[in-house]
Design a binder for this molecule. Structure first.
Ligand code: IPE
Ligand code: IPE
Ligand code: MG
Length: 248
């Protein structure tokens, strides 16, 4: 059977799949409010959607999935919401760890851990270690993550290396800074999806998304399904990426 014939057997042409998809999971609060429930009810419903999306990745050809769970700006919310989210993250990690491991998912966290509570940091470390040998989907969870904060932390460490004589300022170019970013082992995102109708990036992966394709969709995150995910991934395959050049 020729290549095209073989392809018909598959739902998606994974040759044009985005290798790295990043998702701004937004709209949990509005989803709950629409139902007359507290915002945390929406966060719990949102957390439940993650598994389906992770599990859809292998068939869609998505090797890296990065999800925005909590931003460096989300501390501005009420103490009740912040505490509820932190508790949800602890429970989520404890509950999902085994299933993620068994599915071959490799989990990483990005963001500044310093402000997180010790119990949560321990759970994050444990999950990273547990799944470190897995070679399936690379799931990166952005928790207390902000793009500007990440660049500032990276710059500080770069400056420390200069001060220590390990790095010559004359050698600093656009390949240097990414080595200091939290994402240093990840490829740049090819496709960034934001749910809930907002067309902004809210400080997510600023450096890394310079040439990403964007999809802003109206669906609230707790209503996001693997079907919609597959549709967006297929849409990516039809786009022409130019990276500044003129197509031949
Ligand atoms: C996204 O949903 C989850 C987090 C930011 C933690 P929101 O909580 O921002 O939901 P909306 O945008 O208020 O609907
Ligand atoms: C972005 O959503 C952060 C996460 C999804 C974790 P926000 O709801 O915090 O963003 P803004 O406030 O609408 O820009
Ligand atoms: Mg929001």
């Amino acid at each position: 059977m020729d290549g095209a014939g073989e392809l018909l057997k598959h739902e998606t042409d994974t040759r044009r799949a985005p290798r790295h998809v990043a998702i701004i999971m937004d709209g949990n609060g509005r989803w709950a409010t629409q139902r007359g429930r507290p915002r945390l009810f929406g966060h719990h419903a949102g957390a439940k959607r993650v598994r389906e999306v992770v599990e859809a990745c292998p068939d869609l050809g998505v090797k890296y999935l990065t999800i925005f769970a909590f931003s460096t700006e989300n501390w501005k919310r009420t103490q009740v919401e912040v505490a509820g989210l932190m508790s949800l993250f602890r429970r989520y990690i404890a509950k999902e760890a085994r299933a993620l491991f068994e599915k071959g998912v490799r989990v990483r966290f990005i963001g500044d851990r310093v402000q997180l509570d010790a119990k949560l940091i321990a759970l994050m470390d444990e999950l990273e270690q547990l799944t470190a040998g897995n070679d399936g989907v690379n799931l990166t969870i952005a928790l207390n993550y902000g793009g500007r904060d990440e660049v500032a932390r990276a710059t500080k460490r770069l400056a420390e290396d200069v001060a220590a004589g390990k790095l010559d300022p004359a050698d600093v170019d656009q390949e240097t800074l990414p080595k200091y970013l939290d994402t240093y082992v990840l490829p740049d995102p090819d496709l960034v999806i934001r749910t809930s109708g907002e067309a902004r990036i809210s400080n997510f992966l600023l450096w890394q998304s310079a040439y990403a394709e964007y999809e802003f969709i109206d669906t609230l995150w707790p209503d996001f399904t693997h079907e919609e995910f597959a549709r967006l991934v297929a849409g990516f395959g039809a786009r022409e990426r130019r990276f500044g050049s003129v197509p031949a």
